[in-house]
Ligand binder design. Structure first.
Ligand SMILES: *Cc1c(COP(=O)(O)O)cnc(C)c1O
Length: 369
């Protein structure tokens, strides 16, 4: 009998998560109550104590962060095209227009030189993504933002507890956004959170997530309903306690894969000073999309869950194709990347199987050896 397949991701919903959810449901204070406040306070420990505003998704976090910074119609926001569509969708939802720039071919994060070229008279913000859990080059991006008077928003939806030169992601920007979707490094079923440097902006975000109200029925501005439930927050508090351990395990798993993979598969590289948290362990398969797809099919046939994030760069998706961006580095990445399982539930046996299957698959698929 074949062993059960190794899943590409494995969200944890254990006894403690269930107990936390039941506790809140029995308590009855289920939306924007004490659990949400406690979750925000506890998450702040990851971002040097900055104010945290929990919302209902990472996409909501990005949209509200832009709105709180006054970015909207007539503004452009420079984003990488090599990301999940939510990065650009949030810009559009805020009423602004994304401008796509290239990524670094080694780290897959926004290239500061390309971002500089994309800056124009309407540019209001830069929104780098800490893709796959690797921090974007925030030093150079901060300089670029300061030089042109731009806001800087971190899309940290894949990068809980990642660091750059010892400084946690989420503390570089005028705002930073996290997601707690089930497959992320920690989850709240659905959820998101915005980190900001100051209380004044935090207040604006609290208004925006709740109909513009601080006092009930005294609406001050136009806001949305993007509140987090207390069930979600209670689950998040349980997950937060284990995030450090899970992050270490992801990093250990990545080391095992690094050492085991042979040529033909290019292991992910971390930039100088980067603490990569391996939301995804993403290799490049040399030889283009046909070889990559063959490797993926063989791995799946051997019971190794793997996936392509993202097969179509955002600039080629229907809502954005008319902008006509030309991004060869991004197109090549989309044709070559393949993400192998790296989640903390993997056993040593799973890791051996992934390494063996990947090396075999690339040899058989005709990847360059
Ligand atoms: C998951 C993700 C988002 C959106 O988060 P949701 O919670 O799914 O709305 C945004 N950007 C990136 C890079 C993501 O991976």
């Amino acid at each position: 009998m074949a062993a059960p397949p190794i899943p590409a991701a494995k969200p944890v919903i254990g006894d403690e998560e269930v107990a936390a959810a039941v506790r809140v449901l029995r308590d009855g204070r289920v939306v924007q109550g004490p659990e949400v406040a406690a979750f925000e306070q506890e998450f702040a420990a990851l971002v040097e104590g900055r104010p945290c505003i929990a919302v209902n998704s990472g996409t909501s976090a990005l949209q509200l962060a832009l709105m709180a910074l006054g970015i909207g119609p007539g503004d452009e926001v420079v984003v990488p095209s090599f990301s999940f569509a939510a990065t650009a969708n949030a810009v559009r939802l805020a009423g602004a227009e994304p401008v796509f720039a290239e990524v670094d071919p080694d780290t897959f994060c926004l290239d500061p030189d390309a971002a500089a070229e994309a800056v124009g008279p309407r540019t209001a913000a830069l929104m780098p993504v800490h893709l796959y859990g690797h921090p974007a080059p925030m030093g150079r991006l901060t300089q670029l933002a300061q030089r042109h008077g731009l806001a800087l928003v971190e899309d940290a939806c894949q990068a809980h507890a990642a660091q750059l030169h010892g400084r946690p992601v989420g503390t570089f920007g005028d705002a930073a956004c996290f997601s707690f979707y089930p497959t992320k490094n920690m989850h709240t079923l659905e959820g998101g959170l915005v980190v900001v440097p100051d209380e004044e902006r935090a207040r604006t975000l609290r208004l925006l997530r709740n109909q513009g109200m601080e006092q009930r029925y005294e609406n001050e501005i136009v806001g949305a309903n993007m509140r987090m439930t207390d069930v979600a927050a209670a689950i998040g508090r349980v997950q937060l306690e284990r995030l450090a351990e899970w992050t270490q395990q992801r990093r250990r798993n990545a080391r095992v894969l690094d050492l085991g993979l042979e040529t033909g598969l290019v292991a992910p590289r971390a930039a100088d000073g980067a603490r990569h948290v391996y939301h995804q362990y993403t290799v490049r398969v040399r030889g283009g999309a046909a070889v990559r797809d063959a490797v993926q099919a063989r791995l799946r046939a051997e019971g190794v869950g793997c996936a392509v994030y993202y097969p179509t760069p955002i600039h080629r998706l229907k809502p954005y194709a008319h902008l006509g961006a030309e991004l060869p580095v991004t197109d090549r990445a989309a044709a070559e990347v393949l993400s192998l399982p790296v989640h903390p539930s993997l056993t040593p046996g799973d890791l051996d199987q992934i390494v063996a299957a990947a090396n075999r698959a690339v040899a058989e698929a005709g990847g360059i050896r």
